[in-house]
Design a protein. Structure first.
Length: 364
């Protein structure tokens, strides 16, 4: 039992630290995932949606700290009980998500590793087994160091986690796992290669032939059946190639200007998924920045999911001399974890990307 506990202790501790750190690197991204869980379509606890960011920080800091506590043997009873309660809750959540097909990606490892709902549930079941072993053998979990040093490391892990979380919120994630990171080309990430694998689907057709049901399966073509059509169901047999960027666009009221703008050699994109909730301090910085960018030959545009009234109000209130174009809110939240945020591109390649706090650090 002692060996099993030692193996479980190392495995669970390291996994909790890695999983927690990846989410702590991007607490805003995890808060968006929590909002999805809290929505009326999933758990229907919408009163928690405004508090998603605070909850995300508490959860991920606690996750990292529990991993450290387990490895160093700090307060074993509290640590193991906390791990057990947390994994039971998340196992229920991932099962609910998988069974009812509510959330396509649990967000367990942020954008670093995408898991399907059933993969997430399987991962949680495996973790639950290891944590039950720890629970049954918690008497074998002893501190690795002297009490004072153990307490100091535990406290330090808590302070370091909080500090790191605050840093990435005030700037941007230290590691960017998304398809809009510096060095990525948006045009390339949006395109599908000519020889890319195609999706393979199976179509199950139901017909009424002389009062009896006849079922025919095809790859999509309409079957030659002498009967009345009843219904058709489709099933994906094999997934095809999917570009890493699917829903990004730059649209005016009349046309899609995505390719036109992204081919520009000197493009500045000011991103605000919601102008109504954008930080006023960040918006105030944009007037002078836009003027400097234009004087250096840049084309400056804004991207937002807000309506025309909000765009006109912000332009008037903050004296912004550039146009805002329409883009999907979810896509803009993915582009940059800041509202507003700024990207500088050269022919679609992201050269610089900053939080509004760091606009003054951009190299024009």
């Amino acid at each position: 039992m002692k060996i099993l506990v030692s193996i479980s202790r190392i495995f669970v501790g390291i996994l909790f630290i890695i999983s927690g750190f990846v989410k702590l690197n991007d607490p805003l991204g995890f808060s968006y995932k929590l909002q999805e869980y809290f929505s009326a379509e999933v758990l229907n606890i919408t009163f928690l949606e405004p508090h998603a960011l605070a909850i995300s920080i508490i959860v991920v800091v606690f996750e990292v700290v529990l991993g450290v506590f387990l490895l160093i043997g700090y307060k074993p009873k509290f640590t193991v009980w906390s791990l057990l309660l947390m994994i039971v809750f998340f196992t229920f959540l991932t099962f609910y998500s998988a069974y009812f097909d509510k959330v396509k990606d649990c967000g367990c490892f942020g954008d670093a590793l995408k898991l399907t709902p059933w993969e997430s549930f399987t991962k949680d079941v495996v973790l639950l087994v290891f944590i039950v072993i720890l629970f049954l053998g918690k008497s074998y979990i002893t501190p690795l160091l002297k009490p004072l040093l153990t307490s100091f490391i535990a406290f330090l892990s808590f302070i370091a986690s909080l500090g790191f979380g605050y840093h990435v919120l005030m700037h941007l994630p230290s590691i960017d796992f998304r398809a809009y990171k510096i060095g990525d080309n948006l045009l390339t990430n949006m395109s599908t290669p000519e020889n890319a694998p195609k999706v393979v689907q199976e179509f199950t057709w139901t017909f009424d032939v002389d009062g009896k049901q006849k079922i025919v399966k095809t790859d999509g073509s309409y079957p030659d059946v002498n009967g009345d059509y009843v219904s058709v169901e489709t099933r994906v047999v094999k997934e095809g190639y999917q570009p890493s960027i699917l829903d990004f666009s730059i649209e005016s009221d009349r046309e899609d200007l995505t390719e036109d703008f992204l081919k520009n050699e000197k493009l500045v994109m000011v991103v605000s998924y919601s102008l109504e909730s954008a930080e006023s301090e960040g918006l105030e910085k944009l007037k002078l920045f836009s003027k400097n960018a234009k004087s250096n030959g840049y084309t400056v545009i804004g991207l937002s999911a807000s309506g025309n009234d909000a765009k006109e109000k912000i332009q008037s209130s903050f004296g912004l001399d550039f146009e805002f174009y329409l883009c999907d809110e979810k896509a803009l939240k993915t582009v940059v974890r800041s509202n507003p945020g700024v990207l500088i591109l050269n022919r679609g390649t992201v050269k610089q990307k900053v939080h509004w706090n760091d606009i003054d650090n951009l190299d024009l």
